[in-house]
Design a binder for this molecule. Structure first.
Ligand code: ASP
Length: 448
């Protein structure tokens, strides 16, 4: 018999975990300042309670939680994409999916960056900010455009999986799935094995999602025990402007696009995406959040597997609207701080390079800031400017990752609707997918 043993839904439990983590983190910071730390000595060694809690327990458990999410990404993307592609009855659909996804991703990113630059010019976040910075930033070399394309093709698929190279995995999975569909009976047998494998991996996603309330608790407790409001300093205007544009784009642009292009209710999409948004916010990684984004898309939003398994992994790799927004505001900010006047063609260059930079940004924490170097270089702004904003980037990274994955899901909904791959009854059912999400241990023990 299946029964829900929890009083609150998973979404509420994750939210409580997040809030409790933030409160504990802030309290730890207040209580355990330098003079308040409880130190004790065992066998001649002195230990600090604060370090044991924060650097020891919270940090270790938090990293284990993120590792468990990342562990699922490669098998999930490969298996579900192979299933999705092999189930496509019309081969030309694959090409259409590719063109639509890439087109829409680039389009939404271009809107995001234009919005960011426009708001940056209007609000002038860099006016009056001193240029001095004791930190310095050493930029890594950004790959050339042709290298980006060459790197999409795997020379060794096993190596691509071992290194988690998403675009290479996508290309291999698509080719594998297409051949499987063309292989008659043999293909059918392999396909049913992959279908079963997919169900097992999705169950593993459910298990890890059910541990999320604890995972997000330790991640937030660790983060908020180290950062405080004083980090904002003269960067408050920059920080809140990025935040504002992120929220504006996340709520308004996506709602307009979804409503305008499909007639679907944006509110429903946001409600159903709550878990995924909380995961993105706490892990700061679109890639680590991918298993949850895919679960949401398939079970709650009713997006068909052939669309979701292709569009979402691609989006988590190439579609970073939130990152582009940070890069747009940051470029304007750095130009203002250094007193550089950028021309209209410079800004157009920024739109172009930030869109490409967002394609090249991996879905892991902090990479958006590294790719900002590429944008700054294009318009001859000092790369050292990145050092100015590094201090507030952690919190912005959390928020922009949430926007990044919301963009992926919006595009997936639009494409699914246009390809008739959207189960609208599921989309409009507020309770859809909740049963799959609850871990039913009864079944597990019965099957054992
Ligand atoms: N953390 C972001 C993501 O995973 C990437 C970035 O902007 O640094 O989506």
């Amino acid at each position: 018999m299946s029964q829900n043993t929890h009083k609150f839904s998973l979404t509420t439990r994750i939210f409580i975990g997040m809030l409790a983590g933030i409160i504990i983190g802030v309290l730890l910071q207040l209580v355990f300042d330098d003079s308040g730390d409880l130190r004790f000595t065992i066998f001649g060694s002195t230990f600090s309670t604060y370090s044991i809690l924060v650097e020891g327990i919270f940090s270790t458990l938090g990293q284990i939680f993120i590792a468990s999410l990342k562990m699922l990404v490669v098998p999930l993307v490969f298996v579900s994409l192979v299933c999705g592609v092999s189930s496509l009855t019309d081969p030309s659909k694959l090409g259409r999916l590719g063109v639509k996804s890439i087109g829409l991703y680039i389009f939404t990113t271009a809107i995001a960056i234009s919005l960011a630059i426009g708001m940056g010019l209007l609000v002038q976040p860099g006016a009056g900010v001193p240029m001095t910075s004791d930190a310095s930033f050493v930029a890594k070399e950004a790959p050339s455009l042709s290298q980006v394309f060459i790197n999409m093709f795997p020379t060794n698929p096993i190596n691509a999986m071992a290194e988690g190279k998403m675009l290479q995995i996508i290309i291999f999975a698509v080719l594998f799935g297409v051949s499987m569909a063309m292989c008659g009976d043999a293909g059918q047998r392999v396909a049913s094995f992959f279908e079963d494998l997919n169900s097992v991996i999705m169950k593993l996603v459910t298990i890890i999602m059910n541990l999320a309330p604890y995972g997000v608790f330790v991640l937030m407790a660790k983060l908020f025990s180290t950062i405080g409001p004083d980090m904002l300093g003269s960067l408050a205007k920059y920080f809140f402007l990025v935040l504002f544009v992120l929220i504006l784009h996340g709520l308004v642009t996506y709602s307009l696009l979804l409503k305008g292009l499909t007639g679907l209710s944006p509110k429903m999409m946001f409600i159903k995406m709550r878990d995924a948004i909380q995961f993105a916010f706490t892990t700061s990684s679109s890639s680590a959040t991918l298993p949850v984004t895919m679960e949401t898309a398939q079970n709650k939003l009713g997006i068909g597997k052939s669309v979701s398994s292709f569009t979402l992994p691609l989006g988590s790799t190439i579609n970073m609207d939130g990152t582009a927004i940070m890069q747009g505001v940051a470029t304007v900010f750095i130009a203002q701080v250094y007193g550089v006047d950028l021309s209209v063609s410079d800004y157009m260059m920024v739109v172009l390079t930030a869109t490409l930079a967002s394609v090249g940004t991996a879905g892991v924490p902090g990479v958006g800031l590294i790719m900002l170097a590429m944008v700054l270089q294009q318009v001859n702004l000092p790369i050292d400017g990145i050092a100015l904003i590094i201090g507030v980037d952690r919190l912005l990274d959390m928020t922009r990752t949430a926007v990044n994955i919301t963009g992926d899901c919006t595009v997936a909904c639009i494409i699914a609707k246009s390809e008739k791959e959207l189960d609208e009854t599921c989309y409009n059912d507020i309770d859809a997918g909740k049963k799959e999400e609850e871990l039913n241990l009864d079944t597990a023990s019965k099957n054992a």
